[in-house]
Design a protein around this ligand. Structure first.
Ligand code: FE2
Length: 323
C-alpha cells in the first residue's frame, strides 16, 4: 500500500510517501521567522504546500492516482498550522476517494524510529522545540514516564540562542559554542521525580550574559539540560527493564546529547539508536508510516472525526497496531 503523510504541527510543512518496505519521498519546507508566529507559520505552510506535494510525488515516482491512503498530523501542535495540514488531507482524501487517518505526531516519531533502526521496544527520549518526553510502551499505551513541566528543551536552546543574536534555527551554532565551552557555571539542576523543567535554567543562563564567555554559558546551560533528560531516561530504562534507548526529535542532532546517551547506554549494557536525521526532525514520512500501520491494524476515520487536537497527549492514543 502507498501512504502519503502531511506534517504541519509547528514550523515544518512536510510531505512524505511510504510503502511497507521503505520511505519513497520525504520533502519539507521550514518556516524560519523569529520563534514561531502561529499565523505566519500557517501562512507559510499554505503557501509552500503545493510545491512540497509536487516535489514528493516527483521524488517518489508515484502519481496521485496510485495513493491508497492520506495521513496527517492531527495533534498535538499549533492550531493554525495543524489546520492547514488537516484541510489539505481532507481535500486529497475526498478528491481521490481514498481513506484518511489522523495520527498523533509524538507517537509517529517513535514508530518511524523503530521502522528505520533495529529498536523494537525502546524507551524513547523525544527532544524537540515544543516537546520533551520520555516514552515507553506498556499495557497497550505509549506511557509518558517523564516530561518537561514548562518549555521544550529545543525551545530553551532557541530562546537562549536568540538572546545571543543567533539566527533561528540555531542548533548548529549552539553545538559549536557548546564544544568550545571550558568552564562550568552554576545552573540549577531541576528534576522532579521523572519530570524536568527548563525555564529556571534558561533564566539563570541569561543572567550570565555580558559577565561570562558565551561559550561557557552555552556549554553550562546545555550540559545541565542534557544531564537531566539522560538521567530520567536511565531511570525509565531501569524501571521498565527495557534494554534499548531511542533518541529522536530535532534535538537528536546534538552531538553532545548523543554522546551522553551513548555513554549511559554503554555503562548499562543497553543498545542506543538514533534514526537518520531527516526522520528525527518533524517530517511527513513518519506521518505517512504511522497512518499506514494504523490503517492496516483496522483503524478507520470519517471526515467528521478529523478535527485537529492541539493538546492530544501521547498517552491518550489507543495503540491498535502493537500486540
Ligand atoms: Fe516533533
Amino acid at each position: 500500500m502507498i501512504s502519503l503523510g502531511i506534517e504541519s504541527t509547528a514550523h515544518t510543512l512536510g510531505i512524505g510517501i511510504v510503502n511497507e518496505k521503505e520511505v519513497l519521498a520525504n520533502e519539507s519546507s521550514v518556516y524560519s521567522g523569529e520563534g514561531i508566529h502561529p499565523r505566519k507559520a500557517a501562512d507559510h505552510h499554505a503557501r509552500v504546500l503545493k510545491g512540497v506535494l509536487e516535489s514528493a510525488l516527483r521524488k517518489s515516482g508515484v502519481s496521485l492516482e496510485n495513493l491508497d491512503l492520506i495521513s496527517f498530523s492531527q495533534g498535538p501542535g499549533i492550531g493554525p498550522c495543524l489546520r492547514i495540514g488537516a484541510t489539505a488531507a481532507r481535500t486529497l482524501s475526498l478528491r481521490l476517494e481514498i481513506p484518511i487517518i489522523g495520527v498523533n505526531h509524538c507517537v509517529s516519531h517513535i514508530e518511524i524510529g523503530k521502522f528505520t533502526t533495529e529498536a523494537r521496544d525502546p524507551v524513547t527520549l523525544y527532544v524537540s522545540g515544543g516537546n520533551t518526553q520520555i516514552i515507553a510502551y506498556t499495557a497497550k499505551r505509549y506511557r509518558v514516564f517523564g516530561e518537561t513541566l514548562d518549555i521544550g528543551i529545543g525551545n530553551m536552546q532557541d530562546t537562549f540562542g536568540r538572546a545571543l543574536g543567533l539566527k533561528f534555527p540555531c542548533g548548529k551554532e549552539m553545538d559549536n559554542l557548546i564544544s568550545k565551552g571550558k568552564k562550568y557555571l552554576h545552573i540549577p539542576y531541576t528534576i522532579k521525580g521523572m519530570d524536568f523543567s527548563f525555564s529556571g535554567m534558561l533564566t539563570e543562563a541569561l543572567k550570565y550574559l555580558g559577565k561570562e564567555k558565551k561559550e561557557d554559558i552555552a556549554f553550562s546551560l546545555m550540559e545541565t539540560a542534557f544531564s537531566t533528560v539522560v538521567e530520567a531516561s536511565e531511570r525509565a530504562l531501569a524501571h521498565t527493564g527495557k534494554r534499548e534507548l531511542l533518541l529522536t526529535g530535532g534535538m537528536a542532532a546534538s552531538p553532545r546529547l548523543r554522546e551522553m546517551c551513548e555513554i549511559m547506554c554503554k555503562e548499562r549494557g543497553d543498545r542506543f539508536y538514533v534514526p537518520p536525521f531527516d526522520l528525527c526532525r518533524d517530517n511527513g514520512a513518519m506521518i505517512a508510516y504511522q497512518g499506514m500501520i494504523e490503517y492496516k491494524s483496522g483503524k478507520r476515520m470519517r471526515i467528521e472525526d478529523t478535527a485537529v487536537k492541539q493538546k492530544w497527549r501521547t498517552d491518550e492514543v489507543d495503540v491498535t497496531w502493537l500486540s
